[in-house]
Design a binder for this molecule. Structure first.
Ligand SMILES: Nc1ncnc2c1ncn2[C@@H]1O[C@H](COP(=O)(O)OP(=O)(O)O)[C@@H](O)[C@H]1O
Ligand SMILES: [Mg+2]
Length: 340
């Protein structure tokens, strides 16, 4: 049995490799960007690739490669069920609605007329989002009909760039001022202004649809519930000052007493129903109830994030450090064994 791993520094892969070494699991480093990748995988039972929505090459073919392999009978991470809706909030809307999961009320339009008609009779504020993006960069508050109309016109006109480099730089400078970002980070943020051209060139512009959600007021945090192979760990992220967005603010809190048990339960229910390998859910609270804002197979990995314990399916609590990357490798190993 052998697992192929696509290695990339900014990803889970160094941790997967470390775990394989530690446990004596046979693995092979492969390069998914090469045309002969299928041949490279001939002697492997599985492929693990932590592909990234901001890597312009990944968005061109990561899903296609992984799902092609899955259809051929190889085990992959992330698999189709976990990955098809990655970086696609519109896809997530349909998916979560179809299983009656508690999703923040969401609206999507594919014509300007439909969008304007809706905007003329709805209540504001609303939240406008692009289907892709992270760290809050493509999420904004819409105060009134006038702003909504402007966004709708743009959505069905010249569209939006998926890569909000100026917003990202602004966030980095704000974090730097609070001592939560390094100068190198800020310089990298300036570098992003250049990457923008390459990424945007390939990703193209977002247009032809308009996606809104009800604005849920008074949230001081969002709640990140991360499911990995039958376990859940959690944290809260403080909403940025003078803003409504938590994501991208970099203010994590690990007081687990503040995590609503209901959110953990919903995380397990949804992940099990959809048979997901991994799922990082963002929750906010509406009328005292946790509701889902978005879900993603991949998630950020701060140094401290895996120090504070996790829950199993029976909601038993396991204190202390854990290794979710190892759980990912284990789930791939188990799946290979199942198929044999
Ligand atoms: N409908 C909403 N009402 C209130 N706050 C929201 C809503 N949607 C998102 N937020 C806030 O904005 C942040 C970013 O939104 P999210 O959809 O998670 O986008 P991203 O993919 O950029 O993280 C969330 O972490 C949450 O704090
Ligand atoms: Mg988010």
């Amino acid at each position: 049995m052998k697992i192929a791993i696509h290695n990339s520094e900014v990803s889970f892969s160094p941790f997967w490799i470390e775990y394989c070494k530690e446990k004596g699991i046979s693995y092979k480093i492969v390069d998914c960007y090469q045309s002969d990748i299928i041949r490279q995988l001939e002697d492997c039972d599985a492929l693990m690739w932590h592909h990234h929505h901001m890597f312009s090459r990944d968005i061109l073919f990561a899903k296609q490669l992984l799902y092609a392999l899955e259809m051929s009978g190889k085990v992959v991470f992330p698999d189709f069920r976990s990955g098809w809706h990655f970086d696609d909030k519109v896809g997530q809307k349909y998916l979560l609605e179809s299983i009656n999961a508690p999703l923040v009320p969401s609206y999507v339009f594919y014509s300007k007329e439909d969008a304007l008609k809706w905007a003329a009779q709805t209540v504001f504020p609303k939240v406008f989002k692009l289907r892709g993006g992270s760290s809050g960069t493509n999420v904004r508050l819409v105060a009134d009909y006038g702003e909504a109309k402007q966004l709708i016109n743009q959505a069905f006109g010249r569209g939006f760039t998926n890569f909000n480099a100026r917003g990202m730089l602004k966030d980095r400078i704000a974090k730097f001022r609070k001592g939560k970002e390094t100068l190198v980070g800020v310089l990298k943020g300036i570098g992003l202004l250049l990457v923008k051209t390459r990424y945007s060139h390939i990703a193209g512009r977002e247009r032809g649809y308009a996606y809104f959600q009800d604005f849920i007021p008074d949230n001081t945090h969002d709640i990140r519930i991360t499911y990995v192979a039958d376990r859940i760990f959690a944290l809260r992220r403080r909403v940025r000052k003078g803003d409504f967005r938590a994501s991208g603010g970099g203010q994590q809190e690990y007081d687990l007493a503040k995590i609503p048990a209901e959110a953990i339960k919903i995380g397990f229910d949804v992940a099990e129903k959809l048979k997901l390998q991994t799922a990082a859910f963002d929750f906010i609270i509406a009328d005292s109830q946790p509701i889902i804002v978005e879900v993603s197979y991949g998630f950020g990995y701060d140094a401290q994030q895996f120090d504070f314990g996790y829950w199993d399916r029976e909601l038993n609590w396991y204190e202390g450090k854990f290794n979710p990357y190892g759980w990912m490798v284990d789930l791939v190993v188990d799946k290979i064994k199942e198929g044999k």
